[in-house]
Ligand binder design. Structure first.
Ligand SMILES: Nc1ncnc2c1ncn2[C@@H]1O[C@H](COP(=O)(O)OP(=O)(O)OP(=O)(O)O)[C@@H](O)[C@H]1O
Length: 278
């Protein structure tokens, strides 16, 4: 089949990315449908960012066939897709000029530029920017300079920017990285609300930590060393066994109130030895 199914926002078939003879990710096949909320989880260097950059049409596969929003990568101009895909990544947070006003950071996404670009935006743009900030609980920050915000506030503003164009696909690369407990919980709560919104785009979120998976996420892809350990429904895929295989440590997984918590299994007798000293 040379065309993609219209219900699939991401349709990767035997896709691999190779650089300098090293396989960064793949070969793997992965499909994301409308309304799905995916988490990609795996250890450092597993290939998560490479995979999400493919999904964001930032890079092309070295082998295999990749469709994003029904466009075949390599055949479509990347900028044609840019307003249809919302992206939040640590590198984007770093690239926002500190003197930029928050509302301009958000509104300029509509023109695929970073920071203020036009002298004036129309009322619809302004209203959409306010709505995007509201969805992340960040409307009170609209007039602040980006450089004066806390790390958590910056992350919420950049996600608001990603939502500005009403994208079909929202890609979040480690949105909770570097946040303190309060900032993480605030963000996870906002993302859970977004996940529950039937009008929200399909979401793909990268994380190293199961604690950062918002309620309402439906699917997971576990990556390790560029390969898929497991993928499918979150409840079936997120297991102690699969995390143990991915992180190469004995992992115990708990689920409390719709959230996941993971820790390393204590070795038998380890507690007694520690308690007894030497
Ligand atoms: N241009 C490149 N050339 C060679 N190796 C690369 C290149 N880009 C990334 N890599 C390597 O590919 C592997 C996967 O990188 P990637 O950033 O996708 O992993 P990740 O799962 O997102 O990691 P992390 O969790 O640490 O952010 C890493 O070992 C990285 O060093």
């Amino acid at each position: 089949m040379t065309e993609s199914d219209p219900d699939l926002l991401i349709d990767f078939r035997d896709v691999a990315v190779i650089r300098g003879g090293k396989t960064l990710v793949g070969p793997l096949s992965w499909q994301v449908e409308l309304d799905e909320r995916w988490v990609i989880i795996g250890p450092n260097g597993a290939g998560k960012t490479t995979l999400i950059r493919l999904a964001g049409a930032e890079i092309h596969p070295t082998s295999g066939t990749a469709f994003v929003l029904n466009e075949k990568l390599g055949r479509v101009e990347i900028r044609e897709l840019s307003t249809r895909i919302g992206v939040s990544s640590p590198s984007l947070v770093d690239r926002v000029p500190p003197e930029e006003i928050v509302s301009d950071v958000v509104i300029s996404a509509g023109y695929a530029v970073l920071g203020r670009w036009r002298e004036s935006y129309d009322a619809m743009d302004r209203a959409q920017a306010v709505e995007s900030l509201e969805s992340m609980g960040a409307e009170h920050l609209a007039d602040r300079r980006f450089g004066t915000l806390s790390e958590g506030e910056r992350k919420r503003v950049v996600i608001s920017r990603a939502l500005m164009t009403d994208p079909e696909l929202l890609l979040l690369d480690e949105p909770a990285a570097g946040l303190d407990l309060g900032g993480r919980e605030e963000l996870v709560d906002r993302l859970a609300r977004l996940a529950a919104d039937p009008d929200a785009p399909a979401i793909v979120l990268i994380t190293h930590h199961v604690e950062e998976i918002p309620e309402g996420f439906t699917h997971a892809l576990i990556l390790s060393e560029g390969g898929v350990v497991a993928q499918g429904l979150l409840e079936e895929v997120l297991t102690s066994e699969n995390l143990t295989a991915a992180f190469r440590q004995q992992i115990v997984l708990d689920k409390v109130d719709g959230r996941y918590f993971a820790r390393r299994r204590r070795r038998a007798g380890g507690h007694r030895r520690a308690a007894g000293g030497n």
